[in-house]
Design a protein around this ligand. Structure first.
Ligand SMILES: C[S@@+](CC[C@H](N)C(=O)[O-])C[C@H]1O[C@@H](n2cnc3c(N)ncnc32)[C@H](O)[C@@H]1O
Length: 255
């Protein structure tokens, strides 16, 4: 078994190359438009699991007030760096804070709560999902919306690559090197619907020599969110929105 550090840990290449990888990830194309379409113009959005501020900053550029919460200091540090480059009026619409989406209480209501790009799948699909739905609900007035982007069960069930030594991704980095991504381990447990993966991020120099490696453990949990959301008074507002054929955005309305 490969010795791996947790995903999004300080110094991990999953953090350093998060923006490069998501920028190239067609499965996310259009998510910004979906979320922007769920809030009133200039409204206030709470993002659970804001990461490096990919959406936080894009939605603020579109005129929304965005509060981004994340549990990972390394991801938040990158979000802060990204936001520092924005125009002052856009920056003024963004608040970043460290926090746990399963236990957050900002004591205010937002027009929309979003939990993008499989973030809910990072926590177990039982009490932790219920607690996150309760957090979303407590930050919304009756009638307001919450959107959760979740991976599809059939995609999670897929086996890993036949040859784990072949990269599943090979991207040019801005400094002229290459980022390679390998799936070293992948195990799906039926019943608890839990996927465990070890992803190895590797950086190769111009001559193809690996100069840096970062094996990282990533676990996803999948479940039908509807009954768990219902425990927090969130009811499905519309059919799930397909994103890239591998996941869906579930939009709930606070009853
Ligand atoms: C896949 S990234 C999504 C980042 C960003 N929302 C985006 O769409 O690009 C998932 C993020 O969720 C964060 N996260 C995981 N568990 C969390 C928790 N319990 N509370 C807050 N953030 C969490 C991770 O640190 C990571 O930054």
């Amino acid at each position: 078994m490969v010795k791996a550090k947790p995903y999004y840990a300080p110094g991990g290449l999953s953090v350093a190359y998060y923006d490069l990888i998501t920028g190239a990830d067609g499965r996310l194309r259009g998510d910004e438009d979906v979320y922007a379409g769920l809030a009133p113009a200039g409204g206030a959005i709470l993002e659970l699991g804001a990461g490096t501020g990919r959406l936080t900053s894009a939605l603020a550029v579109r005129g929304f007030d965005v509060t981004g919460v994340d549990i990972s200091p390394a991801m938040l540090a990158q979000a802060k760096a990204r936001i520092a480059d924005l125009a002052p009026d856009v920056r003024a619409r963004i608040e970043l804070r460290r926090g746990d989406m399963t236990a957050l209480d900002l004591k205010r209501a937002f027009d929309l709560v979003i939990c993008p790009f499989f973030t809910l799948a990072h926590v177990p699909a039982g009490a932790a999902w219920k607690n996150t739905f309760a957090v979303a609900s407590r930050h919304l007035a009756p009638g307001a919306l919450a959107a959760f982007h979740l991976p599809r069960l059939e995609i999670m069930r897929r086996p890993g690559p036949a040859n784990p030594d072949l990269p599943v991704l090979d991207l040019a980095t801005p400094d002229g090197r290459r980022l390679l991504l390998f799936v070293r381990e992948r195990t799906f447990r039926e019943g608890i619907n839990r996927l465990d993966q070890v992803l190895e991020y590797a950086v190769a120099d111009g001559g193809g020599r690996i100069v840096q490696r970062s094996p990282e453990r990533l676990t996803y949990y999948v479940a039908d969110p509807e009954p768990l959301a219902a425990t927090a008074g969130l009811v499905l507002d519309r059919p799930p929105i397909d994103l890239g054929g591998v996941g869906d955005i579930f939009v709930f309305r606070r009853a």
